[in-house]
Design a protein around this ligand. Structure first.
Ligand code: SF4
Length: 116
């Protein structure tokens, strides 16, 4: 690292298998997703942890954080119902997820020796 130029490091990094896999995933998003212009292809960590790979496309994260958001905005702008069934489903799933995280956080907090 101390003897390699930044340009060379970047060039080498771009040839890494996971980077090529991620670039393929972004290309797939560009082709398949109507929200690509807003999202730009999402976040690598979500792809990896939800699909176990970098070349997947839609994730829970992007459904809840990007697609549902854009659909809500579009519905509001069109003056139609702001909450579609799909958004409502995401909202319910998100609430359940948050409850589950809250429970896990509380359990961790109670198990921590500092809090005893
Ligand atoms: S919203 Fe999801 S599927 Fe669409 S471009 Fe972003 S990451 Fe890809």
């Amino acid at each position: 690292m101390l003897h390699t130029s930044l340009d060379q490091l970047i060039r080498t990094g771009m040839q890494a298998a996971w980077v090529r896999e991620y670039q393929y995933g972004i290309a797939e998003c560009r082709i398949k997703c109507p929200y690509f212009a807003f999202c730009g292809g999402g976040h690598p960590s979500n792809r990896y942890f939800e699909h176990g790979r970098m070349d997947g496309t839609e994730t829970d994260y992007c459904r809840n954080g990007k697609i549902a958001l854009m659909e809500g905005v579009i519905h509001l702008l069109r003056g139609t119902r702001p909450l579609t069934d799909r958004i409502r489903d995401h909202e319910i799933r998100l609430r359940k997820l948050l409850q589950s995280y809250r429970r896990k956080l509380l359990q961790s907090y109670r198990r921590c020796p500092i809090n005893k």
